[in-house]
Design a protein around this ligand. Structure first.
Ligand SMILES: [Zn+2]
Length: 94
């Protein structure tokens, strides 16, 4: 039975395949494992669109923000960030 979570996961993997999402974190340690680099933040703020699922991150809701450079910032729901991170791990099979 497909869940909402599965739908988001397949959307995020599809975006990765199409090159519409970054395929790596900004340089620095991985969030949640070590001290987050300043380019990775768990923040709250105004309503924005999630880069993963394209749904709204509501105002005041916490979201992961990845800053790659001055013009590229990617924001995810907390759940979508985990899916994205998992997908990156799966992608690195060598
Ligand atoms: Zn999302």
């Amino acid at each position: 039975m497909p869940s909402v979570q599965d739908g988001r996961a397949s959307r995020i993997r599809e975006k990765l395949r199409l090159g519409k999402l970054p395929r790596a974190f900004p340089s620095g340690p991985r969030p949640g494992i070590d001290v987050n680099p300043p380019s990775v933040r768990l923040v709250s703020g105004p309503a924005e669109v999630c880069a993963g699922c394209d749904e709204v991150i509501h105002a005041g809701e916490r979201r992961w923000e990845f800053e790659y450079d001055a013009t590229l910032r990617v924001r995810f729901h907390e759940t979508c960030e985990r899916v994205w991170e998992d997908a990156l791990g799966l992608d690195q099979g060598e």
